[in-house]
Design a protein around this ligand. Structure first.
Ligand code: CP
Ligand code: NVA
Length: 329
């Protein structure tokens, strides 16, 4: 049974039971219905939350902002140059100050320890909007989207292809272990996830009848897949690693051939976004000029294909983040 989530932080899905994740997903679905029906749901009128961003964001920032406003909560955006955090004031002191003024705090940044420190000292719920290690609110949106497009999560074959040790791979692995999926990471060996985290994920998977496979074997990873999921090859904060990652991952690009290897004509394509699927961004153009690639982690035709559910996934960031704020405030 899920308990009330009031007052809880969300730093990683490790901290939530499968019943609690179920509650968050069901609540997200309900808020999506209310939003579509135009039914107001300002259940936290008069509250205030801080949105701290050390790194840039489109979806997470907008999702927190819109979700907060819909719930009657006032969001305050605090960018990396707006406050003293870590430069003139410790994380502990900042957390104590923000906790005296705000009812909840979202944090996106580099070190996972920062969001842990904020949660330790703020005295109000702290939500991880992405760190180098985990991106838990993304997984809630991903799972809601899988339920909508593919069906119940249990046993679904979800394959993450690419940088198998980044925040997305880590979080999908933990989330899948909690919710009983058949989760596979397809990556070159040097980009396999951290062994301690993998061991922990295996333990969680055992408790929840989930399956986890980490492999560099395409056939083993892709056979019968329901969903192929990828992410950027170079995460925020690693921008000096493009050449290295391109060399490691160029054969792991999601393309029509990879979709075909699943043997499932209904396989879906997912990506947390932003995606390098063409040369129309400044980074995409630079990569084309330096390495001759028209796309990186996914080809433009797959990104735009009927298999692709990436924009439903992006929208669901807002409905799921709304559920997190609504239940934990
Ligand atoms: N998927 C995601 O977190 O997107 P942003 O970086 O734009 O927030
Ligand atoms: N792995 C990516 C996820 C972006 C949502 C990054 O950290 O940049």
């Amino acid at each position: 049974m899920a308990q009330s989530l009031k007052g809880r932080s969300l730093l990683s899905l490790k901290d939530y039971s499968s019943d609690e994740i179920r509650l968050l997903l069901d609540t997200s679905r309900e808020y999506k219905r209310l939003k579509y029906a135009g039914i107001p749901h300002r259940i936290h009128e008069g509250k205030n939350i801080a949105l701290l961003f050390e790194k840039t964001s489109t979806r997470t920032r907008c999702a927190f902002t819109v979700a907060a406003n819909d719930l009657g909560v006032a969001p305050e955006y605090l960018g990396k140059d707006d406050i003293q955090l870590g430069k003139k004031e410790t994380i502990e002191d900042t957390a104590k100050v923000l906790g005296r003024m705000f009812d909840g705090i979202e944090f996106r940044g580099f070190a996972h320890e920062t969001v842990e420190q904020l949660a330790k000292y703020a005295g109000v719920p702290v939500w991880n909007g992405l760190t180098d290690k985990f991106h838990p609110t993304q997984i809630l949106a991903d799972f809601l989207t899988i339920e909508e497009h593919v069906g119940a999560l249990r046993g679904k074959k979800l394959v993450f292809v690419g940088d198998g040790r980044n925040n997305m791979a880590n979080s999908l692995m933990i989330g899948s272990a909690k919710m009983g999926l058949d989760f596979r990471i397809l990556a070159p060996r040097e980009l396999f996830p951290d062994q301690n985290l993998t061991d922990e994920a295996y333990r969680i998977a055992d408790e929840n009848h989930a399956k986890i496979t980490i492999t560099d074997n395409f056939e083993e990873a892709l056979r019968g897949a329901d969903v192929i999921y990828t992410d950027v090859w170079v995460s925020m904060g690693e921008e000096d690693k493009f050449e290295e990652r391109i060399n490691q991952l160029r054969h792991f690009q999601v393309n029509t051939n990879m979709l075909r290897l699943t043997g499932n004509p209904e396989v879906k394509f997912m990506h947390c976004l932003p995606a390098f699927h063409d040369t129309l961004t400044s980074v995409g153009a630079d990569i084309k000029q330096k390495y001759g690639l028209d796309s990186m982690e996914v080809t433009d035709d797959v990104f735009r294909s009927r298999a692709s559910i990436v924009f439903d996934q992006a929208e669901n960031r807002m409905h799921t983040i709304k559920a997190v704020i609504a239940l934990t405030l």
